[in-house]
Design a protein around this ligand. Structure first.
Ligand code: 4AD
Ligand code: MG
Length: 455
């Protein structure tokens, strides 16, 4: 269908005759003129279409909120604001929109919109969220490409549980009532002849690639059957996981900080209209926050230092903290929002509360791990230096009662030319939340999947 994108129509220097298509986002009229705001998704700003009612009568169906129309007209400098308006010469209805269209001006709370995921993208908030999401995704590839990382695709169906937390969705073709005398027989009869699931992380295969290609990253979905119905957990989320050979924990931290700053700068530069909108309607001061974060140093503190700080505040927490306890979201938020007031890398966690693959520190108690905590969200990145010593890795796996045979390939990496290496995982949706101020992860995802919810 020959037509001009509204983004181009708004910016065109040449005041020419054009055809545009879009959905009616608002309509108002007076005795002599009528105004339409038209959106085709190509720009955050709408195109104002002006109708001289003495010269042109418009079919009532074209004026309905949500109707799809094609308009021919002449571009003229905007009556108000920047860009162009369109003086309409003719209208054609492409798709009518009856009055039961659920996106009416009054009812559009985020909660209400969650019930109509197939239509909510027609609102300003979701248009802005998904533009930021797209810009950030492109910037991720640009950053890694510019820094010599290879983009690799790790399998989504796997037989090994990376985080070892038993949060894998099972993949099976067995009928619900498959008869088996034992668990072993049940899985032997299954599609892969063994227990398989959806991967919680591409890290283990990422390490395979990094210990040959040097610097790699993955950017794809991860799946977690976590029973946590929170505003920051999804059962299916997108995961950015760089993995680097010849790298230790400080290198991992440096990479994480540099990537985040690059991404924030890209969003600041390429999503100006969207950020202005979020700053006005979602999180006051958002642009200042992002500008500041993009240019100032992140804080770093050890888990032990963090616990010292938190223990003094135990009275305020639902879950009091002591050395050895996992940090809950309330603790993470306190550290980053009240103590450091900026992103903070917490490092060197007790080995018992972290994964088997993390490098064991010389103190025998902690591992070279780091979580990056940010105000408003808490953990946005989890990473570590990996255990490169064969014997130490085996003993960590034995302590956890893991099935060694399932990790033979992973152990081989420590046998044949083992090197210090590390990486991290950045939750893409959590990053988009941070950049937009949106407080519920379900509102930065097209079709969010979470416990008891697969609309
Ligand atoms: O901290 P996590 O579990 O770390 C890993 O999976 C490592 N294997 C990563 C690595 O070192 N390559 O997850 C990493 C990040 C978290 O910090 C969080 O941002 C995000 O992934 N994440 C989730 N995001 C949404 N919903 C969930 N259920 C998430 N679980 C983790
Ligand atoms: Mg984590």
């Amino acid at each position: 269908m020959k037509h001009l994108d509204i983004e181009k129509a708004l910016q065109s220097k040449e005041k020419k005759s054009v055809v545009v298509c879009g959905w009616v986002r608002s309509f108002r009229e007076s005795a002599n003129v009528a105004f339409f705001d038209l959106s085709d998704g190509t720009s955050f700003q709408k195109l104002q279409v002006v109708v001289d009612r003495s010269a042109l009568s418009v079919d009532a169906a074209c004026t309905k909120l949500g109707a799809a129309v094609r308009v021919t007209g002449k571009l003229v400098p905007a009556y108000k604001g920047e860009g162009n308006d369109l003086n309409a010469e003719s209208f054609e209805l492409l798709g009518e929109c009856p009055p039961d269209y659920p996106i009416q001006k009054k009812r559009t709370t985020l909660e209400f919109l969650r019930g109509i995921p197939h239509l909510r993208l027609r609102t300003n908030t979701f248009q802005a969220v998904f533009r930021v999401r797209s810009v950030a995704a492109q910037a991720i590839h640009r950053y890694f490409h510019a820094h010599g990382f290879y983009y690799i695709n790790t399998p989504l169906i796997t037989a090994s549980d990376c985080e070892g937390a038993g949060e894998m969705f099972r993949v099976t073709t067995q009928p619900w009532n498959a008869a088996a005398k034992s668990e072993e027989e049940y899985f032997r009869n299954d599609f892969f002849g063994t227990k398989a699931g959806l991967s919680v992380s591409g890290q283990l295969e990422g390490e395979v690639a990094a210990t040959a290609l040097g610097k790699i990253y993955t950017f794809g979905p991860s799946f977690r059957a976590e029973n946590s119905n929170t505003t920051r957990h999804l059962a299916e989320f997108w995961h950015i996981e760089p993995e680097v050979a010849f790298a230790e924990l400080p290198d991992v931290i440096e990479l994480a900080e540099s990537l985040l700053k690059y991404l924030i700068k890209a969003v600041l530069k390429e999503c100006k209209d969207e950020l202005k909108f979020f700053d006005s309607f979602v999180e006051k001061g958002l642009i200042d926050k992002l500008t500041h974060v993009a240019t100032s140093k992140f804080a770093v503190c050890t888990y032990t230092e963090a616990v010292d700080i938190l223990e003094k505040q135990n009275a305020r927490f639902q879950f009091p903290v002591h050395w050895g306890s996992d940090l809950q979201s309330e603790h993470e938020k306190y550290l980053t929002e009240e103590v450091f007031k900026r992103p903070v890398f917490v490092t060197d966690y007790p080995k018992e509360i972290k994964s088997f693959y993390m490098k064991q520190n010389a103190d025998g108690k902690t591992v070279a791990a780091t979580d990056l905590l940010v105000p408003g969200i808490g953990e946005i990145i989890g990473g570590s230096e990996r255990e490169a010593d064969y014997k130490k890795l085996v003993s960590a796996m034995e302590e956890r009662g893991m099935d060694m045979a399932a990790y033979k390939q992973y152990l081989d990496l420590r046998k044949f030319g083992s090197v210090p290496h590390g990486g991290f995982g950045l939750g893409f949706e959590r990053f988009v939340m941070y950049c937009t101020g949106i407080e519920n992860i379900r509102d930065v995802t097209l079709f969010p999947r979470s416990v008891k919810n697969i609309m």
